[in-house]
Design a protein around this ligand. Structure first.
Ligand SMILES: Cc1cc2nc3c(=O)[nH]c(=O)nc-3n(C[C@H](O)[C@H](O)[C@H](O)COP(=O)(O)OP(=O)(O)OC[C@H]3O[C@@H](n4cnc5c(N)ncnc54)[C@H](O)[C@@H]3O)c2cc1C
Length: 384
């Protein structure tokens, strides 16, 4: 019997080479669909990829399997990184274990290693670096012309916005913009932690340490290569530094402001604020309004943070981005009509991300509250 061949879109353009966009491209290529990824970064290692991610069973792990990268991931992953320690502001341990609900084998990997794993799996030349999307011009019948800051243009039959929090592609589908959550992280870090900062390394333990109290928090997270990434979190106005007359480019001024905020915390914990090898980076946390949805529009869709930016207190933004990427690619590979595939994908994506975003919004509220240690302890021990 003669069958009409599957009408996969001739030209799929993914904008954004984060975990979501790269996973989508990899799974598409495994199914023989042609794809180009455009990223504003000048080169693969142009920016610090930062932080450790735990790969969760139903999302990140699923995506790695769909990408055929599960074995290679296993060689890089750190199972011990799942351990979580919660301290009070006095430095006393309140919880130190693998949390029962999350500890079902969610190994950790550095974000940079994950990115390299995905990048190395793509056909050479898939990612076009130095391509910052300025705008996407609808051409009718689902086609778009992409305009890049470097003056180049490209045409596409399916445009996938995987371009993160401040997505340009999102403008085609929704007016939503990220809103400040009320919480800012100031990021710092320790190199060769065991040798150079043994007390802070011991306080951190082998995974993640959180000390939370009264709208403030310290989070220290093991990365590979002896590095510990530290976030000093505070519920504070977004322009806290201007109000306090602090020049963010002056490490001594940032350190002094943080020490003032964390006055009354144990001297051992305050060591995370003073012993920095990396300086301080101000990171206000944003989230898209919940729920964030859009009317299905032929020829364009979103995945990852572009679709559902949420506070890191979901603990799964990168995991969801990868699952989105895998789901979209599998739908495109499995449906004869690309538009039907995107419709099917969005039917799964929107409720899934709404549920996670609601959890993230609750998570950041309880982690930066007057009684945050009690609330997070109840969560970690399953008593909430
Ligand atoms: C402090 C912190 C801790 C976190 N911890 C975790 C965690 O433990 N676990 C977890 O799962 N998630 C975590 N997250 C969330 C996670 O980082 C994001 O959800 C994830 O990176 C989203 O992936 P993405 O591919 O959608 O977007 P991104 O990773 O943001 O990638 C977007 C890509 O698009 C590119 N881009 C942007 N604009 C353009 C443009 N105009 N043109 C071309 N390219 C463009 C960027 O260069 C980038 O490469 C954390 C987030 C923060 C802030």
């Amino acid at each position: 019997m003669h069958r009409t061949p599957a009408r996969t879109p001739a030209r799929v353009a993914v904008v954004g080479a984060g975990p979501g966009g790269l996973t989508c491209a990899r799974v598409l290529q495994r199914h023989g669909v042609e794809v180009t990824v455009h990223d504003l970064g000048a080169a693969p290692a142009a920016r610090d990829q930062g932080g450790s991610l735990d790969m969760q069973a139903g999302t990140g792990q699923y995506a790695l399997r769909a990408a055929g990268l599960w074995e290679k991931f296993g060689a890089l992953a750190r199972p011990e990184g799942e351990r979580t320690r919660l301290l009070g502001r006095d430095g006393k341990t309140l919880f130190d274990a693998v949390p029962p609900r999350e500890g079902q084998g969610n190994p950790e990997i550095d974000r940079g290693q994950l990115r390299d794993l995905l990048l190395d799996s793509l056909a050479p030349g898939t990612v076009r670096w130095g391509h910052k999307l300025e705008r996407a011009e609808p051409l009718g019948a689902g086609r778009h012309r992409l305009h890049f800051a470097n003056g180049e243009t490209a045409e596409t039959d399916l445009l996938v916005g995987a371009d993160g929090a401040w997505s340009r592609v999102r403008r085609l589908l929704s007016d939503a913009v990220p809103v400040y959550t009320g919480v800012t992280f100031v990021e710092t870090g320790l190199n060769e932690a065991e040798a150079r900062h043994p007390e802070l390394a011991a306080l951190t333990g082998e995974g993640t340490m959180m000390a939370l109290d009264d709208n403030l928090g310290l989070v220290a997270q093991r990365n590979s290569g002896g590095h510990i990434r530290v976030y000093a979190g505070m519920r504070t106005p977004e322009d806290w530094h201007r109000r306090a007359g602090v020049d963010l480019a002056e490490p001594a001024a940032v350190r002094a402001a943080l020490l003032e905020r964390f006055a009354g915390w144990s001297p051992a914990l305050r060591g995370f604020l003073t012993e920095t090898d990396t300086g301080y980076v101000n990171r206000p946390l944003y989230a898209l309004p919940v729920p964030h949805t859009w009317e299905h529009t032929e020829g364009v869709t979103l995945l990852g943070d572009a679709a559902h930016l949420m506070s890191p207190f979901s603990g799964m933004g990168a995991n969801l981005a990868m699952r989105d990427g895998a789901d979209l690619a599998q739908a495109l590979a499995g449906h004869p009509e690309p538009d039907e595939a995107v419709t099917a994908y969005e039917k799964i994506l929107l409720p899934r991300s709404t549920e996670a975003a609601e959890g993230a919004a609750e998570g950041i509220e309880s982690a930066f509250a007057p009684d945050s240690a009690e609330q997070v302890l109840a969560h970690l021990t399953g008593r909430h």
